[in-house]
Design a protein around this ligand. Structure first.
Ligand code: AMP
Length: 393
């Protein structure tokens, strides 16, 4: 039996799960999270599978300190006898550039993550800082990274290549990588169990950050994000696909730097920028219902964007057997699911409206629908834990 500590890190957030893995059996024994890492006061909470829970507030200057906090709690709670009892820590790491899959955190990995940090500036520095501080404080501990790009390694070259000078791809790694790999992989594995004959699956991970993936025989063959997490679908705060030749004009009109324009495109665009209401789809839908035309346009643009990618992916897959919705929007918005699905009626796809309006995970299409439609909760950490264990073996 292996004990694996999986970390999912955000700029100021820290989430962990402690897994006990025994062959195919995976048990979450404890989980916890910290809010406002790096602030004067950070809030944390912890819960074990045995029903022990704790919470508190204290200064937690960085993610490495967050790890130390939970390591200590896990020992006091009797789930770890000491550091030597932990087989590995695993990261849901984001951009590994030329390195993908599941890899030991070593000098080569750190150097490559640093090289591609300009492609994931909001994510790679956080992971690098945690990896380095845990390496310094616990040098005997095995650290493993599972990159979010990994599941997309099977996408054909013609679909990961931009129409730019060939040397850019070779020398600088300017190509599409794709992200949210753990979520799409989890759905692919789950669909294999739920509907083994579904060879052609499209997964819509729609949430604060969104992407769609085309899966053929369990393998990714296309996804919406590219060299960075900024591209692809129109997101809550992000523009998604955009015309790079507008940048010089925007810099001139707004009298600002390229960084400023990029910050607007990644933080104040998408649903928020277009609607002028919120980055939360619930509020944008409410405003649209109340007659706000900008909010209505934002919702229509989001739906149209999702539909366009699904259409493209049906062409790549040569048809569709199953369509899956996950993520905060995919799971909770019956409006998004029904508006997307009504445009796919030409496929013989029919939603069961009661199931779509309900709250239960599972199949939400009618029994005679030619394409099954699913509402499934994703579990990214379990995929990281499984891959870390396979690598250790
Ligand atoms: P995630 O990042 O996957 O946790 O998703 C968070 C997003 O889900 C939020 O930005 C909300 O806009 C969206 N969301 C949550 N519940 C609903 C809902 N009932 N209807 C529409 N959007 C929702």
């Amino acid at each position: 039996m292996k004990k694996i500590f999986i970390m999912n890190l955000g700029t100021t957030s820290f989430k962990f799960k402690l897994y006990h893995v025994d062959g195919e059996n995976m048990d979450v024994r404890a989980s916890g999270e910290i809010e406002s890492v790096g602030a004067e006061m950070s809030r944390w909470q912890y819960a074990s599978a045995d029903g022990h829970s704790q919470s508190g507030a204290c200064p937690i200057p960085d993610h490495g300190a967050g790890f130390t906090l939970f390591l200590d709690i896990l020992q006091r709670d009797g789930l770890l006898t000491g550091l030597q009892d932990l087989n590995a820590v695993g990261y849901k790491a984001v951009h590994g550039g030329s390195l993908s899959g599941t890899r030991l955190v070593d000098d080569e990995l750190i150097a490559e993550m640093e090289r591609v940090t300009p492609l994931a500036p909001a994510h790679n520095p956080i992971y690098l800082s945690a990896m380095k501080s845990i390496r310094r404080d616990y040098p005997e501990l095995t650290q493993v990274a599972r990159f979010e790009t990994s599941f997309h390694a099977t996408i054909p070259d013609c679909r990961t290549t931009y129409g730019v000078p060939y040397a850019w791809r070779e020398e600088f790694g300017i190509r599409k990588y794709g992200f949210h790999g753990s979520s799409h992989e989890y759905i692919a594995r789950t669909m294999k169990k739920l509907q083994p004959d579904a060879r052609r699956v499209i997964t819509c991970h729609l949430g604060g950050s969104s992407s769609i993936c085309a899966i053929l025989d369990g393998k990714s063959i296309a996804t919406t994000m590219g060299a960075t997490l900024q591209s692809g679908l129109f997101n809550n705060n992000r523009v998604g696909d955009f015309e790079p030749f507008c940048l010089p004009m925007l810099m001139e009109k707004l009298n600002c730097s390229m960084e400023d324009v990029l910050a607007i495109l990644s933080k104040q665009s998408g649903l928020l920028g277009l609607s002028g209401v919120s980055n939360d789809l619930r509020l944008v839908l409410e405003a649209a219902e109340g007659g706000n035309a900008q909010a209505q346009l934002a919702v229509d643009t989001l739906i149209d964007n999702i539909l366009g990618y699904i259409g493209m992916y049906i062409a790549y897959l040569g048809g569709l057997d199953a369509l899956v919705f996950t993520g905060g929007i995919g799971l909770n918005s019956d409006v998004v699911r029904s508006r997307v699905c009504e445009k796919l009626a030409y496929l013989g796809l029919a939603l069961d409206s009661d199931a779509n309006n309900g709250r239960t995970d599972g199949c939400i299409s009618t029994a005679d629908s030619k394409v099954s439609v699913w509402r499934l909760k994703t579990d990214e950490e379990s995929i990281v834990a499984q891959n870390v264990c396979s690598m250790l073996q």
